[in-house]
Design a protein around this ligand. Structure first.
Ligand SMILES: [Zn+2]
Ligand SMILES: [Zn+2]
Length: 156
């Protein structure tokens, strides 16, 4: 079961940026769930910096702001990797015993490729306003005009 074992206990799925270099984000507050986008690599530098919701100001770790679509996508990619690895491992167990002598029953196991797990692709949404924060230089994109900077929390 080498292929499965090699996957280990956690699989990290990269979330691609959209055509404009923005990565979608969603506020984890149930009463907000505001959608916005940021360009990774702009804005504040450092480890463990929190993210601020530009709409309600909610502050939490960056890993709390994945959109539902990004999570579905990551789950489906992980599922695909797991089933692919599982299939490769099963394939190694294939055998084919020919019947011996005049009477005998031959037994074989053949692993047929199943239908691959579908990947839940998604598209980042279009937003109205692109902003560059004057305080921390983060490039981000929001609905409407007024927002808190997702990096430094300053109101634009
Ligand atoms: Zn919010
Ligand atoms: Zn800022």
């Amino acid at each position: 079961m080498d292929h499965l074992r090699r996957l280990g206990n956690s699989i990290s799925i990269p979330i691609p940026a959209d055509d404009n270099g923005f990565t979608g984000r969603e506020c984890p507050q149930p009463e907000c769930e505001g959608y916005f986008k940021i360009e990774l690599g702009t804005g504040l530098k450092g480890e463990g910096l929190p993210c601020h919701c530009p709409y309600c100001g909610h502050t939490a770790g960056q890993d709390q702001f994945w959109t539902k679509e990004q999570i579905e996508y990551a789950k489906s990619v992980a599922m695909r990797r797991i089933t692919d690895a599982f299939h490769k491992d099963l394939k190694k167990l294939e055998f084919d015993h020919k019947p011996k002598g005049a009477f005998g029953i031959g037994i074989s196991m053949k692993v047929k490729p199943g239908r691959p797990t579908p990947i839940h692709y998604y598209r980042e949404k279009q937003l109205e306003t692109e902003v560059v924060c004057v305080n921390c230089t983060l490039r981000y994109s929001v609905y409407g005009v007024f927002a808190f900077c997702p990096d430094c929390g300053q109101h634009n």
